[in-house]
Write a protein that binds this ligand. Sequence first.
Ligand SMILES: [Zn+2]
Length: 357
Amino acid sequence: MFNASRRDRRRFCLALLSVAGVSAAAGAQAQSYGSSSAPGEAGKPYPNMPAIAPIGVRVDKYLDIPASARGPAVDPAKGYRLQDLGSGLYLVTDNVYQSLLLVYDRGVVVIDAPPTYSAHLPQAIAEVSDQPITHLVYSHSHSDHIGGAGALGARPIIIAQEETARLLKRAADPNRPLPTVTFASKYTLRVGNKVLELSYHGNAHEPGNIFISAPAQRVLMVVDIVFPGWMPWRRFALAQDLPAYFAQIEEIRAMNWETLVGGHVARTGTHADVDIQAEFNRDIKQAAATALATTTLGEGLDPLDQGHPWAFFDNYIARVAAQCVKTMSPKWSSRLAAFDVYIWDQCYAMEQSLRIE
Ligand SMILES: [Zn+2]
């Protein structure tokens, strides 16, 4: 049974890829499916499937990363790179995660401590200061951005929005020590002659995720919202409130800054990057709305499933998502890196939001 089921899955994938025009070279043997499938097994692909492979189907070669998504190389011997953003402010990155250091006369403020390179943070700090870490600022509670904080050794003042404190208390994670200073809407951190303005603009990515502005350096850090040159992580970076997430991107567009630190990818962002993300958002909202309005409910559903509401909607939503992906692909597949990796996820998130939010 196990072998038969595996063989069927493989045949389904080959058939899908064949429809997608992806694996002609693999010599996929088209098989006929449908009436002979056991309940619950994969059947024929939906009509008009886009060329981009759907979730759960293996891709032999993903789309190339466009030059616009690349950044300066990281020295593999160091495991991080430092970028001078001016007036004592430095980006630290491993080209996947990003954090900041603010150096002043008597210490260093660390803004986020991603575990992927937090072991190298003391060395990065030593490149620009011989002073101790006096403050730690959390952009938000997620462990992939601050889970290296516990290993920093020092117990500095830790500043976060109060929702972040609530979530960290619940997590009770020794790698993410609790904030010692919290605020609701705004907090100004002055150290020596340096200033950081922290502000909370409501839940979008998750409660407590803040905007961190360095006005003298004209730098704005907002994590997990815009990924310069790239598609956001799946489902718009798991935004907990998608309309608010779209609105925060418009807020970021309207603000006065020169360099955006998004918390991820290999480079910092510009206003052009935020404009592109906003344009993508408008397009996918339109594509999903049109697909919802023009896709026929229940089409192609096995008559035996007619009384099964979950099956009825799965069939409908899968066809809506396919239509959305197909609409988005010609314009966007080469404009944002990893379009092929996450466009299905973004279309599923978008149609869900439009139906119920
Ligand atoms: Zn996050």
